[in-house]
Write a protein that binds this ligand. Structure first.
Ligand code: 5RP
Length: 268
């Protein structure tokens, strides 16, 4: 598959996600991180440019939609598109986002996701959990029956002071050789997140679905070396020093957009 075909798949996924899940009457919209989300923002900008109430020639009483970024890159994308960014901690106390769009590194059949390839998983989860609907925009390459099929690791954001003990705890859970992610900008030294934390990339064997556990393919609780996605997410989150884990599962109303295939499920 050529690079241009992949970009076209991402663009089409972005257009479809916006066409199906965005309404110009919304007040708050979450904007995730990565390269696919750039196409989502382009599609949002396109829809808004064709919405009379959003053009300067026809001002309206409706306040501009506030776009909530999931990190520095995401904020830049919002600003570049001429949209209005609002930081998560500036949201009114009880504000609920109408929708949050975000990308993913891998998505399973139950629409659980691995996220954090771009090291933004903590803010991505904050924003996703504040949204009425989480729309995961992923092209055909990301859809797999189970997580950790081709994407090799689970990204985990950790406090730098605790990184070494978290590595040990992950090894005890069955991760083979978890690593602190290096910064691409420096010759040496760990990558720092927007929170000034580190990312650990932890390989685990391919994760089981609840159906696999029911079918007796493994206990899924780590005791026999197998993990079911929700169990592993909880076990990693329980390690002191972990800020957030890049497994997104069990979100109410989570929906995924895949090119040529649309699936949706309610909460678990
Ligand atoms: C960043 C993320 C991204 O959403 C994920 O890595 C997908 O990125 P891309 O759209 O570039 O493939 O989770 O932390």
């Amino acid at each position: 598959m050529t690079e241009s075909k992949i970009e076209e798949a991402k663009r089409l996924a972005g257009i479809k996600a916006v066409a199906d899940h965005f309404d110009p009457s919304f007040s708050y919209v979450g904007i995730g991180s990565g390269t696919t989300i750039i196409y989502v923002v382009e599609a949002l900008k396109d829809v808004l440019s064709r919405t009379p109430s959003h053009t300067s020639s026809n001002p309206t009483t409706k306040p501009a939609i506030q776009f909530i970024p999931t990190g520095y890159q995401s904020r830049q994308v919002i600003i570049k598109a001429g949209l209005t960014p609002t930081l998560f901690d500036n949201l009114p106390e009880h504000a609920v986002l109408d929708v949050a769009f975000d990308g993913a590194d891998e998505v399973d059949e139950d629409l659980n996701c691995i996220k954090g390839g771009g090291a933004c998983l903590f803010q991505e989860k904050l924003v996703a959990e504040r949204a009425r609907k989480f729309v995961c925009v992923a092209d055909y390459r990301k859809a797999k029956p189970r997580l950790l099929t081709t994407w090799p690791t689970i990204p985990i954001e950790v406090a730098p002071i605790a990184a070494r003990i978290v590595l040990s705890a992950l090894t005890a859970l069955g991760s083979k050789a978890p690593l602190i992610r290096s910064s691409p900008l420096e010759k040496s030294g760990p990558l720092k997140t927007d929170q000034d934390f580190f990312i650990i990339d932890a390989p685990f064997p391919t994760l089981l679905t609840p159906t696999d556990v029911e079918a007796g393919k493994g206990k899924g609780d780590g005791s026999d070396g197998t993990w079911e996605v929700v169990n592993l997410s909880k076990a990693i989150k329980a390690i002191t020093g972990v800020l957030e884990v890049g497994l997104f599962c069990g979100h109410d109303g989570i929906e995924a957009e895949q090119l040529g295939k649309r699936t949706a499920k309610g909460g678990q």
